[in-house]
Write a protein that binds this ligand. Structure first.
Ligand code: ADP
Ligand code: MG
Length: 698
């Protein structure tokens, strides 16, 4: 028997059963079975006496003898009832199915371990379809005090592959192949980190001999799993740095220095300076930069982007920024245009609505190299857009773009341009390590000084009138207000109705000509949206009623109130993004979460979290705990979701350790060529062939 053999090598596994297990559980070989770990364990150390039973134990095991068996007719079919007795009392065991088999095989007056769920009915106990083991056999099995329970499916159970049967397969497998299980980590690892060896780990993950051994087995296997993932990611990063050449921006030149000295409208925060240094180091290194810049809404990523572009221009290259929406691209363009107004740098905006003649001119100037900075939307990815020499591509709010879209930018050059991806949706550090482990990550973790924290309140729908009054007070001070409605795809029609009803009631409450109201939602034409946005931006309207189209990036510093309707229906990161739309000016801002009175536990946690903290990273951590890694942006294609035993949320300390160990290992032995690392090298080679961990962001 070797681990590549199919399951049919195990006693009792027919072809039919093997293919059922393969299709239901994805186990195709003995190796797959060995690495299919239990999801929980039942304490089988305790044996009960019948007299001691109380009516709140669900699963119990009792040693006793069957003293009689009788068939009882009932409306449909019959049931087989046994009297089961130990020295303290007796109870019934009942079977509704499989009577013949039981009658043939069950031995009367012989000691059995009966194990199952306890029923309590008319002041007596019974068990239905318990597991029955002869005491003599029970003792022969691999002794494990904690009994494994494996995930199963209804189909499997119906076809007779019960947990007991499945456990039997694993047991047989381990008995046969135990000696041939190969170690995958070097001895100096197991010693230094006090890890169980591989055999003991696999034995004890299936059949733990004690809770302590189970914990050790889990630790060893989680560590190993995370270690090899980190090793792959780090190797990939190393290879990228060594093999993929990038343009060198050697010089910090005239444009950068002039802008920095004379036109920077504020002092950079320390975080901004640090990130800029990280970027400068990358682009001066001959390697290709592939960097993710995380920074909360309002943390000042734009200026970092601009300064990075100036570096490119100082070294004779062009630069570009791509934003996910026209509004955002336009906003970037306006901001940069005004920041650069004293300087002699050409920049243009290219979006879907750029006129044909203008577009032609842009294409031409771009190709000749006369145009230095191009800002735009997806329109940048069209084939006609050809740069003369693109040195850096900056992508704002990357989660809005697909991987394929992003990689298109690469193809226009001799060498790939340096890539800076900016996101305001923070990914918790630990998750980033697993998902983007081969990227370099920069974090702006400090807001510009003087920002007032947005005041948060949570109100129930019944308080809407007082919220309206508060809006009036703010508007009277010359401020502007957002009112945002959810728009969830599944209930789109209802949501639009809510939005329109809301718009109507606000129109009634805030009548013209005293008040002007903008409305923006996804069903409007792009130019109508743009028009309404512009009116709000210019201060012609005081209230912006919208769906979440305004979620990302819009900057209206005069807006001081964000009212979020049905806030319980928004996800945490969305709520956080929306809150980031206010608090951009010097005055105190407010965010009001309106919800119904009835809230699910999760919704309560979300709203409470929003009220308690404004730290995007803390919010991301809570979000990760609530929703699991599968729902966090960018994780879908990565390996973190197919982990067998480790959990990127719960096992962060093991993850950090594994990553540090991998970093240290690679710094000492980058090629894994030292003899003591032979086992690691072998396992790595197998993994690298098998799992193409997706991780390249661009
Ligand atoms: P985001 O990271 O969300 O893209 P922005 O770059 O739009 O943030 O910056 C938000 C606001 O903060 C802008 O109005 C910008 O001018 C301002 N800002 C950025 N950095 C600083 C700073 N160091 N000091 C003061 N204001 C700053
Ligand atoms: Mg921004």
């Amino acid at each position: 028997m070797n681990l590549n053999h199919p399951l049919t090598y195990l006693k009792g596994v027919s072809n039919a059963k093997a293919s059922l297990i393969s299709s239901e559980l994805g186990i195709h070989s003995l190796n797959g079975l060995l690495h299919f770990f239990p999801f929980r364990y039942i304490d089988r150390t305790k044996f009960y006496k019948i007299k001691e039973l109380v009516n709140n134990e669900s699963d119990v095991q009792i040693i006793g003898k069957i003293t009689s068996l009788r068939t009882v007719q009932q409306k449909r079919g019959s049931r087989l009832v046994a009297t089961f007795q130990d020295e303290t009392g007796s109870m019934e065991i009942i079977w509704f199915k499989g009577h013949k088999w039981i009658k043939d095989y069950i031995k009367l007056n012989t000691a059995y371990v009966a194990y199952g769920k306890l029923n309590f009915f008319k002041s007596s106990f019974s068990m239905v379809h318990p597991e029955m083991d002869l005491v003599s056999e029970y003792k022969r099995k691999i002794q494990s005090k904690l009994q494994p329970v494996y995930s199963s499916t209804e189909k499997l159970t119906n076809k007779g592959v019960s947990n007991k049967i499945f456990r039997g397969y694993v047991q047989e497998l381990i008995t046969h192949i135990f000696e041939s299980i190969q170690e995958t980590l070097p001895q100096y690892f197991t010693e230094q980190f006090q890890l169980l060896d591989k055999r003991q780990a696999l034995l004890n993950i299936h059949f733990p001999n004690s809770p302590e051994l189970l914990a050790k087995a889990q630790y060893r296997l989680k560590f190993e799993e995370l270690f090899f993932i980190q090793l792959q990611l780090l190797k990939k990063k190393m290879i990228r740095k060594q093999k993929i050449k990038g343009y060198v921006f050697e010089e910090v030149g005239k444009n950068f220095n002039t802008f920095y000295k004379d036109h920077l409208p504020f002092d950079l925060t320390n975080a901004q300076k640090r990130v800029l240094k990280e970027i400068r180091k990358d682009v001066a290194s001959h390697a290709h930069m592939n960097r993710l810049l995380q920074g909360d809404v309002g943390s000042g990523k734009t200026i970092v982007a601009l300064l990075s572009m100036l570096l490119a221009i100082d070294n004779g290259f062009q630069a570009t920024i791509m934003a996910p929406t026209e509004i955002l691209a336009t906003q970037h363009f306006n901001a940069m245009d005004s920041l650069l107004k004293e300087m002699d740098i050409t920049l243009e905006l290219l979006t879907g609505s750029t006129k044909a003649s203008k577009r032609k001119q842009i294409h031409k100037d771009l190709e000749s190299g006369d145009l230095k900075i191009l800002i735009g939307t997806h329109a940048l990815l069209e084939d006609k857009v050809q740069f003369h020499n693109l040195g850096i591509a900056i992508i704002d709010e990357q989660h809005r773009f697909g991987v394929a879209q992003r990689s298109k930018m690469w193809q226009k050059n001799e060498l790939p341009p340096h890539i800076l991806v900016m996101t305001a949706t923070p990914i918790p550090r630990t998750l980033a390590m697993s998902v983007y482990g081969d990227l370099d990550i920069s974090v702006i973790d400090e807001l510009p000084p003087g920002r007032k924290e947005v005041k948060m309140v949570h109100r129930y729908d019944s308080n809407r009138l007082s919220v309206f009054n508060f809006m009036k007070q703010e508007i009277a001070k010359g401020k502007q207000v957002y009112v945002v409605y959810p728009l969830i795809q599944e209930s789109e029609a209802m949501d639009y109705k809510d939005l329109m009803d809301g718009y109507e009631s606000i129109s009634r409450e805030f009548p013209s000509p005293n008040y002007q109201i903008s409305i923006v939602h996804g069903k409007m034409k792009a130019e109508d949206k743009e028009y309404e946005m512009q009116r709000f931006l210019k201060g012609e309207t005081q209230i912006m009623v919208a769906t979440t189209v305004i979620e990302v990036g819009v900057n209206v510093p005069n807006a001081s109130v964000m009212v979020i309707e049905s806030a319980e229906r928004f996800g945490l990161s969305q709520l956080h993004q929306l809150r980031g739309r206010v608090g951009r000016g010097a005055d105190q801002s407010y965010c009001v979460l309106l919800s119904s009175f009835k809230l699910s536990k999760e919704a309560k946690t979300r709203l409470q979290t929003m009220v308690e903290t404004t730290d995007g990273f803390k919010i991301a951590e809570v979000d990760l705990k609530l929703r699991g890694p599968g729902n966090i942006m960018g994780t879908q294609q990565s390996g973190v979701l197919s982990l067998k035993i480790a959990d990127v949320v719960k096992d962060t300390s093991i993850l950090k350790k594994a990553r540090n160990v991998a970093i240290e290992l690679l710094s000492k032995d980058p090629e894994l060529s030292l003899p003591e690392n032979r086992l690691i090298k072998n396992t790595y080679a197998v993994l690298a062939k098998r799992t193409g961990i997706w991780s390249n962001i661009s």
